[in-house]
Design a protein around this ligand. Sequence first.
Ligand SMILES: NC(=O)c1ccc[n+]([C@@H]2O[C@H](COP(=O)([O-])OP(=O)(O)OC[C@H]3O[C@@H](n4cnc5c(N)ncnc54)[C@H](O)[C@@H]3O)[C@@H](O)[C@H]2O)c1
Length: 323
Amino acid sequence: MTKKTILVVGGAGYIGSHTCKALAARGYTPVTFDNLVYGHEWAVKWGPLITGDIEDRAALDAVFTGHDIAGVIHFAAYCYVGESVEAPGKYYRNNVAGTLTLLEAMRDHGVAPIVFSSTCAVYGAPKAIPMAETHPQWPVNPYGWSKFMVERMLEDFGRAHGTRHCALRYFNAAGGDPDGEIGEAHDPETHLIPLVLRAAREPDKPITVFGTDYDTPDGTCIRDYIHVCDLADAHIRALDYLADNASLAVNLGTGTGNSVREIIEAAREVTGAPIEPEYGARRPGDPSRLVADRTLAGQALGWEPRYQDIHETIEHAWRWMTR
Ligand SMILES: NC(=O)c1ccc[n+]([C@@H]2O[C@H](COP(=O)([O-])OP(=O)(O)OC[C@H]3O[C@@H](n4cnc5c(N)ncnc54)[C@H](O)[C@@H]3O)[C@@H](O)[C@H]2O)c1
């Protein structure tokens, strides 16, 4: 694909804003479309911001008519797993119906391809570790199902209308821009690394470790933390890939995992703070390990994570938090 304008839907959010920076560095013009419900105006620095909602078909039509869009990267979604259990309609409406509106607009304006933010939550409870793309899919919450359904829609639109897509199934996004220009700023924050770093700064807000009796070397859950800039890089590779290749769903993770205790210890080393956690019971539905098999991303996209030392990832998150 020649260097063109890319519509970044949800580009004012955490992963979207880092991807906009990476797009601009490679000569693309990122146009962000975001309703700013969770995104931040300050995070949109590398191209224009259009404030709008993917459920608003007229707003999408205006974007596709007003810009020569060569492809779409779609981050916009609600992402709180617990909330999705309490309020499934909110998730199916925004994540599924909103994406359907986007896909129909793309179809009618002849825009392709699309790179979609999927998640390891499409697999549900792990039956094998590491998890390959061929792992059975049976999500355990409405958030995961909403992403599963979008992947299904993408396949059907591809068959019927020729829309090419790449579904990127991220494991746990982490870290921040090494230059410290942007970083993770979720509200509420539910991700482990920013919560551990908050505990480093504010000892009166300790981190709770949920479960210490898992079948792991130190008894705490293991997750695959992938640096947000490595995710950003993969999106651009996916766009390039789709110029000449068929649709694809691919995992994005480091292929190794870190336990909760390892994250806390690494955060102690990075911050110099003692970080004394509290210990709680297991949370229902938390598997002991979630680790990606990233072989396919290497083969198809030529992608390999640059940041594989968790200390460096935490250091970048800390740099942002203490900027
Ligand atoms: N952060 C992770 O660890 C992780 C892991 C797996 C998958 N994902 C997926 O990656 C994507 C980005 O995650 P993030 O952490 O950057 O989240 P985020 O909340 O920071 O970014 C999402 C952005 O989408 C926008 N948005 C939401 N609904 C919208 C709508 N209807 N119209 C327009 N804009 C809308 C929000 O305002 C926000 O700026 C999400 O789709 C999420 O499900 C994230």
